[in-house]
Write a protein that binds this ligand. Structure first.
Ligand code: NAD
Length: 487
């Protein structure tokens, strides 16, 4: 047990309804714990159970045993329990917000007012969607076809650190609603709110073993989890290199995968756009200190307005208040970890060496020290420069100009990613034309980050495999069955 931001947090795994220490004895996880550090001041927050193969095995076994009874539980009862979990989240919004901010350095104000209420909504939405699911009966020559969504079994859910509880519950809620049991492996840099959620599920009355959490490093505990033959679905959000390892580990069992990966999304600003709106959308891309998969990090601006756009952007970005994320007035906080900050800085220094010009930022924030990195905007990056093609996952944007719509589309599509794209234009006909040509899972026109849980969410190309959201989540977390009955 540790105390973080005044909140007691259990530090063990959560397996079969019990807090357990690491089993140890595995070559892959030599130490029983690892140290979780706060990005706000790089101080240790807690010693967390460091899982290995035996912990993954125990969690899958607990989930496998709990599965038959949970799968038989009626839809109304499953929905009731998910609403009870949402009630528990809502009662603890302040605690969850405080702990998440201490753990991942994102803003307390957005955790309080946006993220944690949304976590509760994730449970409510999929509970309600479950009750609407399945009116697909039809007739063939007098025979009836009945389509059912059968739960698949044990689901392994592996999540990143940039929005820990939000992204985890976007998977947990539909997986549980569908009648599956779950083993969650949160990111090692942000283990805490998953542990709090385990307590909330128990208080809500979720049967033991239906929801389990294993803590630890990806290779040590995530590897054995994703290779386990009793795991029937793997849903992963994270980076492309890890996705390749997980896909290889799932291959021998042919375990179905849902992969939500990185991006290098464009914001295309046409000369006919509302320029104030376009500048607001561009500056918004620094939110969460740039650690957002969907961020439109490539600003593509029509040449005729580029000077004015840049002037207004630099002016507005100069008003961003960087600092302690626990302050209500802070706009952006620190990077998640020293290793991540060094990675971000590596991209920035290589971009400079390649000839790109930093109009703002270009290095760590020396006044604040620690893990604070200055919002950065590059222009004049040479064609195909790394900074234009690779995901930085920090507060680093690039600006390029275009002269024609075709050129804008070609530049927008000119990466190996396809997660999202944003357009700013005053011409609805142009918006339709351009949208039709963009390779992206989500396109926003004159807006950003508006997300409805019933919409399909995922990425094209190397930004992902599959879609989740609404029916798509149930399609992934279920074995669909068609039963044909003679007249
Ligand atoms: P990461 O790939 O390093 O880690 C993600 C998770 O995978 C962690 O829990 C980690 O422990 C685990 N992991 C690592 N190696 C593993 C292995 N061998 N087997 C099993 N699990 C393993 O990613 P990250 O740095 O935590 O997150 C940042 C990335 O996530 C960025 O690329 C970002 O774009 C992406 N992301 C995508 C979305 C989306 O919805 N598309 C959302 C948020 C973040």
């Amino acid at each position: 047990m540790a105390t973080v931001a005044g909140v007691a947090v259990e530090t063990g795994h959560w397996i079969g309804g019990e807090r357990v220490a690491s089993a140890g004895g595995s070559a892959s996880a030599p130490q029983p714990t690892f140290t979780d550090v706060s990005p706000i001041d790089e101080r240790p927050l807690a010693e967390i159970a460091r899982g290995g193969a035996r912990d993954a095995e125990a969690a899958v076994e607990a989930a496998r045993r709990a599965f038959p009874a949970w799968a038989r539980t009626g839809r109304e009862e499953r929905a009731r329990l998910l609403h009870a979990i949402a009630d528990g989240v809502e009662k603890r919004i302040e605690e969850l917000a405080q702990v998440e901010t201490a753990d991942n350095g994102a803003l307390i104000r957005s955790h309080r007012r946006g993220v944690m209420p949304r976590v509760a909504h994730n449970f409510r939405f999929f509970a309600d969607w479950l009750l609407k699911l399945g009116h697909q009966d039809f007739e063939t020559r007098g025979h009836t076809n009945h389509v059912s969504w059968d739960p698949a079994g044990v689901c392994a859910l592996i999540t990143p650190w940039n929005a820990p509880l939000m992204l985890a519950t976007w998977k947990i809620a539909p997986a549980l609603a569908a009648g599956n049991t779950v083993v969650l492996k949160p990111a090692e840099w942000t283990p805490l709110t998953a542990s709090l959620l385990a307590g909330i599920t128990a208080e809500a009355g979720l049967p033991d073993g239906v929801f389990n959490v294993v803590q630890g490093y990806g290779a040590e505990v995530g590897g054995p989890l994703t290779a386990h033959p009793d795991v029937k679905r793997i849903s992963f959000t994270g980076s492309v290199p890890t996705a390749r390892i997980i896909a290889a580990s799932a291959a021998p069992n042919l375990t179905p995968l849902s992969l939500e990966l990185g991006g290098k999304s464009p914001l295309i600003v046409f000369a006919d756009a509302d320029l104030d709106l376009a500048v607001d959308l561009a500056v918004e891309q620094y939110d969460n200190a740039g650690q957002v998969c969907l961020a439109a990090t490539r600003l593509l601006v029509e040449s005729s307005i580029a000077d004015e756009f840049t002037r207004r952007f630099v002016e507005k970005a100069g008003r961003i208040k960087q600092g302690d994320p626990r302050e209500e007035t802070t706009d952006i906080g620190p990077q998640i970890h020293r290793r991540h900050l060094e990675r971000v800085d590596g991209f920035v220094q290589r971009a400079k060496a390649a000839g790109a010009r930093a109009l703002i930022g270009g290095g760590p924030n020396d006044e604040l020290g620690g893990l604070y990195y200055r919002p950065t905007l590059f222009t004049d990056a040479p064609e195909n420069a790394e900074i234009l093609t690779e995901e930085v996952f920090g507060p680093v944007l690039t600006l390029q100009t275009f002269d024609t719509e075709d050129q804008a589309v070609a530049m927008a599509n000119g990466t190996r990613f396809g997660l999202a794209a944003t357009l700013a234009t005053g011409d609805p006909e142009r918006a339709r034309r351009v949208t039709g040509q963009l390779v992206a899972g989500t396109v926003w026109v004159n807006c950003f980050f508006v997300r409805d849980l019933q919409a399909p969410f995922g990425g094209a190309r190397q930004s992902g495999v599959g879609r989740e959201g609404g029916d798509w989540s149930f399609d992934f977390y279920c074995d669909l069955k068609n039963t044909v009955t003679a007249p």
